[in-house]
Design a protein around this ligand. Structure first.
Ligand code: HEC
Length: 157
């Protein structure tokens, strides 16, 4: 009797789990046009380029490495939402779309967010410990964003 009672909720949950596998939002990686990227439109250093690739690019570019677990609902829903939100706020693949003034602001925010430990997101670091930034990384990013902002300020007076 007890066994029977337990069986139904389990089956119902399994059925629900199976059903939502088909209901998730789409994982996209729109094509990257090199000419529009931050790598081509700034004087980025190899060090900073590596930091971005390692710690930011999954959520702030069209070069997201979707992990295997991201294909399982409801995880997928959560991750796609994060990536879409991240891209909306800052997109390294569409850097050329920003006005110079906006670029300067984004560069400033990049350093601010990293310096106060808000980026990369904590939930991301749990599964991607390699994305953790050292003091040296943060300093490199700070120096580079400052130099790039200066360059933009001089170029677009
Ligand atoms: C796991 C996904 C994820 C990673 C990794 C990540 N971000 Fe974000 N980022 C987001 C999301 C989501 C938002 C928007 C919501 C928010 O501000 O929390 C955001 C917002 C930002 C903003 C604010 C932009 C604005 O318009 O206010 C900046 C700047 C930023 N991220 C920089 C970075 C940098 C630099 C890195 C790498 C060191 C990074 N992020 C890594 C998800 C991520």
């Amino acid at each position: 009797m007890m066994k029977k009672i337990l069986k139904w909720p389990t089956l119902a949950l399994a059925a629900l789990f199976a059903a939502i596998q088909f209901a998730g939002p789409e994982k996209t990686n729109p094509p990257v046009e090199a000419a529009r990227t931050i790598q081509v439109n700034t004087q980025i250093t190899p060090e900073v380029s590596a930091i971005i690739a390692r710690a930011c690019q999954d959520c702030h570019s069209h070069q997201t490495r979707w992990p295997l677990y991201s294909y399982v609902e409801p995880v997928s829903w959560f991750l796609v939402d994060h990536v879409n939100d991240g891209r909306k706020h800052l997109n390294f693949s569409e850097w050329a779309a920003y006005e110079p003034k906006r670029m300067r602001k984004k560069l400033q925010e990049m350093f601010e967010e990293v310096e106060k430990g808000a980026m990369p997101l904590k939930s991301y670091l749990l599964l991607h410990p390699e994305a953790r930034l050292s003091q040296d990384d943060i300093q490199q990013l700070g120096a580079w964003t400052a130099a790039e902002r200066q360059r933009l300020a001089e170029q677009y007076k």
